[in-house]
Write a protein that binds this ligand. Structure first.
Ligand code: CP3
Length: 340
């Protein structure tokens, strides 16, 4: 049985489960070697290669779960946006900020996501029985901010923020479209065998909390409901939400993934008791020496002994060039502690 699924079910396990956001694509020498031969696009579109990459961290890092090797930006692609995953990150040909009357440009073609279900089938066929597969998509607000801004990583999303304030009506309609397709996509992932689901709201902190909850909470709830109706555990990652974490309750998720900006004990006091926590080691700590890393990990031991509804993870994904040895050290360290 999987230690992660046991924890999500509320059963007490001997230690907290461990996995990392972005565990496949940034840290593993075996991944970087595959990237010498194939583009990101080739890797994620081939069932054999994508399944292989999905499962790499299970062997190479010894983590307790695999996360589907894909990207949150497959949804804009399936809505008709031209998107290229270049070596410098994802590039949209024509972002919303340059469009006249954006809505008419978007026609959802759910079948454009079909290749991903072939990937899931392959993973389910080849993965170890005690390793659950995590499905995911981006939360609609995060996906929309990429669609508006167009840039990949190195952007502060200023055009997207302006657009959200100025074009509220348009934003509402776009969010509805993204949400509908995401609901369909999440259900299909589950049909094909993902065991739990994480919603990435990586840009939650871009706008004021009040506006975030007013405009986007219902899109999160719709996806959460669709996933949980199937009996699949649901994790929500509202990165940058800060003190707004106190508004997270069972209506949104079973577990909330907390970023590193808030000590985990304090997050626990703020979040509704019925919601479990995932997180929240600062991903930059992997660049420190092992002694320093150990000091940081030590901070989680008391917490883990007291709180059994906790999944060890970072407060965000692995950063590029994270040292592999230290990543392995973290997993082994967590596994070797006495958690009772
Ligand atoms: O372990 C994994 O890598 C799992 C698969 C995964 C990817 N992206 C692969 C990927 C997951 C879960 C994501 C989620 C994702 N994608 C998010 C949410 C999580 C987060 O980090 O905030 C976001 C915002 C994106 C959008 C995205 N995709 C960006 C900004 C970039 C640029 C480059 C980068 O590394 O951030 C990507 C490309 C991307 N997605 C890569 C990978 C492995 C890099 C591709 C490469 O190998 O060159």
């Amino acid at each position: 049985m999987s230690i992660l699924l046991e924890t999500l079910k509320g059963n007490t396990t001997a230690r907290p489960p461990v996995w990392f956001m972005r565990q496949a694509g940034r840290v593993l020498p075996n991944y970087l070697a595959l990237r010498e031969k194939y583009s990101f696009n080739e890797l994620m579109r081939s069932p054999d290669l994508a399944a292989q990459v999905t499962l790499l961290p299970v062997d190479d890092l010894n983590v307790d779960a695999a996360i589907l090797f894909s990207d949150i930006l497959v949804i804009p692609q399936a809505m008709g946006m031209d998107l290229n995953f270049t070596n410098k990150g994802p590039v949209f040909e024509n972002p919303i900020k340059n469009m006249d009357l954006p809505l008419k440009h978007f026609i959802s073609k759910p079948q454009k996501l079909d290749y991903i279900y072939d990937v899931i089938d392959k993973i389910v066929e080849t993965k170890p029985a005690d390793i659950p597969l995590i499905g995911f998509c981006g939360a609609p607000m995060t996906v929309l901010t990429f669609m508006i801004q167009g840039l990949g990583s190195k952007s502060n999303f200023s055009d997207a923020v302006k657009f959200i304030f100025k074009e509220k009506k348009e934003v509402e309609k776009l969010i509805e479209k993204i949400t509908d397709l995401s609901v369909y996509y999440a259900k299909k992932q589950i049909e094909h065998g993902v065991d739990l689901f994480q919603l990435f709201e990586s840009n939650a902190g871009l706008i004021p909390n009040d506006l975030y909850f007013e405009m986007f909470a219902s899109s999160v709830e719709k996806i959460a409901d669709a996933v949980r109706e199937t009996g699949t555990p649901f994790i929500f990652f509202p990165k940058g939400i800060g003190i707004g974490i106190e508004r997270i309750n069972r209506q949104f998720c079973d577990y909330v993934s907390v970023d590193w900006q808030i000590p985990i004990e304090r997050a626990r006091r703020l979040i509704d008791d019925s919601v479990g926590i995932q997180g929240n080691l600062d991903p930059r700590i992997v660049f420190a020496d092992k002694k320093r890393i150990e000091l940081e990990l030590q901070k989680f031991v008391d917490f883990g002994r007291k709180h059994k509804n906790w999944i060890f993870n970072f407060g965000h994904g692995f950063l590029p060039k994270s040292p592999y040895e230290n990543a392995k050290f973290i997993v082994n360290w967590i596994k070797q502690q006495d958690w009772n």
